[in-house]
Design a protein around this ligand. Structure first.
Ligand SMILES: [Zn+2]
Length: 167
């Protein structure tokens, strides 16, 4: 609904009922909810507006909801059934889709980054173990040693690549 449509369909009495406030007396007044000690009902309720002779508050259904709930116009508008439509005719669906795509791209990037970090940690551990094995376990230039060396070298290159080092 637009602002005008809401004003067409919602009266001040509807707003009072909404908050369980008493209906206006015969003269059309209620006790003002915005200032205390209102002995004589001093807020005049019109069809779509109000005016308090005690605290000078004047407004319409929107400002009443705003003041009563301490919310912005936008929130009051939405609460009363208001909807926003884009002016240039671009469906908000397209905007939502773009937002969704951006979010997914960010998620994918974060996931990829976490995977790389995991792989780096794994490579560091493995290259350390291989190096240790070459140094302590295998006889230099033996088959096992050569195999370990090849693997160690391969993993080092992979690690350097992930670290962004150039050769
Ligand atoms: Zn008042």
């Amino acid at each position: 609904m637009t602002r005008e449509e809401i004003k067409e369909s919602v009266s001040m009495r509807d707003i009072l009922a909404r908050y369980g406030l008493p209906m206006p007396n015969r003269a059309g007044f209620i006790h003002c909810p915005f200032h205390s000690g209102d002995r004589e009902a001093s807020m005049k309720i019109y069809d779509k507006d109000y005016c308090c002779f005690g605290c000078q508050k004047v407004g319409d259904i929107f400002t009443f909801v705003q003041e009563y709930e301490h919310i912005s116009f936008r929130e009051a508008f939405l609460e009363l059934g208001g909807t926003y439509e884009s002016h240039d005719g671009e469906p908000s669906f397209a905007q939502k889709r773009r937002q969704y795509q951006r979010m997914m791209a960010k998620k994918t990037a974060e996931k990829r980054k976490a995977e790389v970090e995991r792989e780096k940690a794994e490579l560091r551990r493995e290259t350390n173990l291989l190096f240790l094995a070459m140094k302590e376990l295998y006889a230099p230039l033996s088959d096992e040693w050569c195999e370990a060396y090849n693997e160690w070298q391969y993993k080092c290159y992979r690690l350097f690549y992930l670290l962004g080092w150039e050769f």
